[in-house]
Write a protein that binds this ligand. Structure first.
Ligand code: UDP
Length: 314
């Protein structure tokens, strides 16, 4: 396959690029480097299948028009991904995640490029006490970010229905691992691991009883690439997660054994918080033969080891 990965210099994107190159595919990355980093791609520069980085924005339609011809599949990961940023500035999230996705879809339609839209578990209503969230579970956009992703999903599915464009929607649960950012756009595992290594305090928002289902980056990338490699999936929505949720309090204790460095602070966006997220990934197993392979404990160790390498002068 010839694949275009939007957001390919970002955290999940670079793992997707790695998985594609390992599978012998050709890869072009399109990224505006707002959250992504050129260094995330450094190890691929010599790879035979790597066709380079196009530095640019999914809001620039002329740039997209030049990047798409000849691409068989587009893995669309470029997005504003931070819940709080979307509350502070919903316009930017809308421009990137809705208008940007529309621009990508238009190029897919013109070039007959398969669309793999990487959405998020944040679109879902909280899990019920007795089971995981499958793809039939109700959605509930509690933030402009979730709403923008739902809009992007709807646009993607409309291109499948209206134009028969091969298009799939993926909803990975909270993904973590090496290369995730430790600042604003990073996830809680990266933020807390970094703070722990620096001897700083870990701030839990609210009472910390909210739960998340953490998916290791390489498991996530295998899932995304598999979805773009199969035919007959068009029009489907597919989840991926570990199938196990953990409270943020428990996660914090796993990352930092020193209780005095864990503090609770008022939640920054209590109205947008989802109290319980746990994935039912059986559809991914059925359609893709996918299953998660890396346990949370193993993934946390890998993440910590990678960050420690950085702390000592990466
Ligand atoms: N969280 C926290 N402290 C932090 C960052 C995050 O307690 O410094 C919590 C956050 O409130 C949420 C969970 O950790 O319940 C996951 O947050 P993240 O930003 O990683 O992803 P989200 O699921 O909110 O998109």
């Amino acid at each position: 396959m010839r694949a275009l990965v939007t957001g390919g210099a970002g955290f999940i994107g670079r793992w997707v690029v790695k998985e594609l190159l390992t599978g012998g595919h050709e890869v072009t990355v399109l990224d505006n480097l707002s959250a992504g980093r050129r260094e995330n791609l450094a190890q691929f520069l010599e790879s035979a299948g790597f066709n380079g980085l196009v530095e640019g924005d999914i809001r620039e339609r002329e740039l997209l028009a030049r990047a798409f011809p000849g691409q068989n599949v587009c893995y669309h990961l470029a997005a504003s991904i931070n819940v709080q940023n979307s509350i502070d500035d919903p316009g930017e999230t809308f421009d990137n995640d809705v208008a940007g996705t529309f621009n990508v879809l238009e190029e897919c339609r013109k070039n007959n490029t398969r669309m793999i839209f990487v959405s998020t578990c944040m679109v879902y209503e909280r899990a019920r006490p007795d089971g995981g969230i499958d793809e039939q579970h109700p959605v509930r956009p509690t933030s402009p970010y979730a709403a923008a992703k739902l809009a992007g999903e709807a646009l993607t599915l409309s291109y499948h229905h209206a134009y028969r464009l091969p298009a799939v929607v993926l909803r990975p649960f909270n993904t973590y691992g090496p290369y995730q950012r430790t600042g604003g756009e990073g996830g809680v595992v990266a933020v807390f691991t970094d703070r722990n290594l620096k001897g700083e305090k870990l701030t839990v928002y609210g009472d910390g009883t909210q739960t998340r289902d953490f998916l290791y980056a390489e498991d996530c990338a295998r899932f995304i690439v598999a979805a773009g490699s199969r035919y007959g999936l068009s029009g489907e929505i597919v989840n991926a997660g570990s199938g196990r949720d953990i409270t943020i309090n428990e996660l914090t204790c796993l990352i930092c054994p020193e209780k005095e460095r864990i503090i609770h602070v008022p939640h920054i966006h209590p109205r947008s918080e989802i109290e319980k997220l746990v994935c039912d990934w059986r559809k991914a197993e059925r359609l893709l033969g996918w299953k998660p392979l890396v346990s949370l404990e193993d993934g946390l160790t890998r993440t910590r080891n990678w960050m420690e390498m950085g702390v000592t002068g990466r």
